[in-house]
Design a protein around this ligand. Sequence first.
Ligand SMILES: Cc1cc2nc3c(=O)[nH]c(=O)nc-3n(C[C@H](O)[C@H](O)[C@H](O)COP(=O)(O)OP(=O)(O)OC[C@H]3O[C@@H](n4cnc5c(N)ncnc54)[C@H](O)[C@@H]3O)c2cc1C
Length: 419
Amino acid sequence: MTTDRTNWAGSFSYDARRVHAPRSEDELREIVAASTRVRALGSRHSFSQVANTDGDLVSLADLPRTVSVDAAGSTVTVAAGMRYGEVCRELHEHGFAMHNLGSLPHISMAGAVATATHGSGDGNASLASAVSALEMVTADGELVTVDRDADAERFGGMVVALGALGIVVRMTLDVVPTFEVRQDVYEGLALDTFEKNADEIFAGAYSVSLFTDFVAPTMTAWLKSRVDDVDPAGPDPDWMGARRAASAHHPVPGMSAESCTGQLGVPGPWYDRLPHFRLDFTPSNGAELQSEYLVPRAAAADALRALHGIGEHIAPVLQICELRTVAADEQWLSPAYRQDVVAFHFTWVRDAAAVMPVLKLMEQQLAPYYARPHWGKLFTHEPGHLRSLFPRLSDFRALRHELDPRGTFGNAFVDQHIG
Ligand SMILES: Cc1cc2nc3c(=O)[nH]c(=O)nc-3n(C[C@H](O)[C@H](O)[C@H](O)COP(=O)(O)OP(=O)(O)OC[C@H]3O[C@@H](n4cnc5c(N)ncnc54)[C@H](O)[C@@H]3O)c2cc1C
């Protein structure tokens, strides 16, 4: 059972009066029915207070692990508390793959989906976009099923739900035929070149990540290409004026690449290349904070230039910044709701007093681009402000009050930002 009372980064402690780890669904249903204030806890990787509560926290980590592949329907149904990495291997053995993954395979499926976690790639929508059905425990302890076709009108509010509608115990996701990926890192991509060719650069592979530190005039590009899409001889040693790296990289310059998935163009299964980090490498508690803002794709270069305008504030507290593209989806609370976006992710030093004022400055700089924050990472927007950024937030609020009228699954974060 999970006894940890802090999030993964150790940047805050949960205020819960109890942390439960039921071993069966019946036990889970009893806990929920008996509680007036309860939240699901995933793998504790969020930096915001989205999972926190002063009531009961429930981890699904001790529920039975189940992975059931429907080959004819190209779907997989999983126990929602499982980590992506655990499910991926089994899926691959059945000949299937997820369309995309986040940078870390250790993150729970339900927790990732609940906050619109995404990977990268022009054609790749958020992880939540693959979900076609959910089974969840509601406030009275009942188990209900929600299905993309049968509940078409409200399904857009049900998946990226911040844990505010119930505790998800099983999810069904669309899968695709398994595929192999090669990962090539290019060093020295000039910021200037990016500004003029952002679309071409993001289209350079199935999944593209650009890393920048707000000091060097260049970026590092990680290209994750489907092996069936590229010339067997491999991509050119020079690309957009950058050079293919001859040694493996960590996203943060100077850190050992030991924890990273295979690079240098060596083909491997999708689940061991799309994330930056290896599942079999146990990451220590990360001494870091994270935030992320997502802006419309067309604003990528302008938004980066705006951030460079306050680069002298960003650089001293920054470990690394990563740019990724995410395709539009249909989830009301997704930052990519009905728009293709570019995500500006920041890994900061773990010093909230130094970082939070910088976030405020960044939010001012990005305001002209209607930048939407990642729900699982840090931001400083005032309560209520997010209503102007997420066009379907009031629909989600109505859905929340309909499905959970007593606010059993509420917490301070949801009450403040959703209402
Ligand atoms: C090292 C690192 C790398 C990351 N990489 C990425 C990335 O590549 N892309 C990206 O977009 N984000 C990334 N994130 C952010 C991360 O994906 C999100 O914060 C995600 O929500 C974490 O999932 P979790 O299982 O740890 O959830 P938690 O932090 O435990 O919970 C998050 C939310 O999910 C809800 N929840 C959890 N389980 C359930 C359930 N069973 N039913 C209903 N609600 C539930 C909780 O109530 C809470 O509201 C990263 C974070 C870290 C620390």
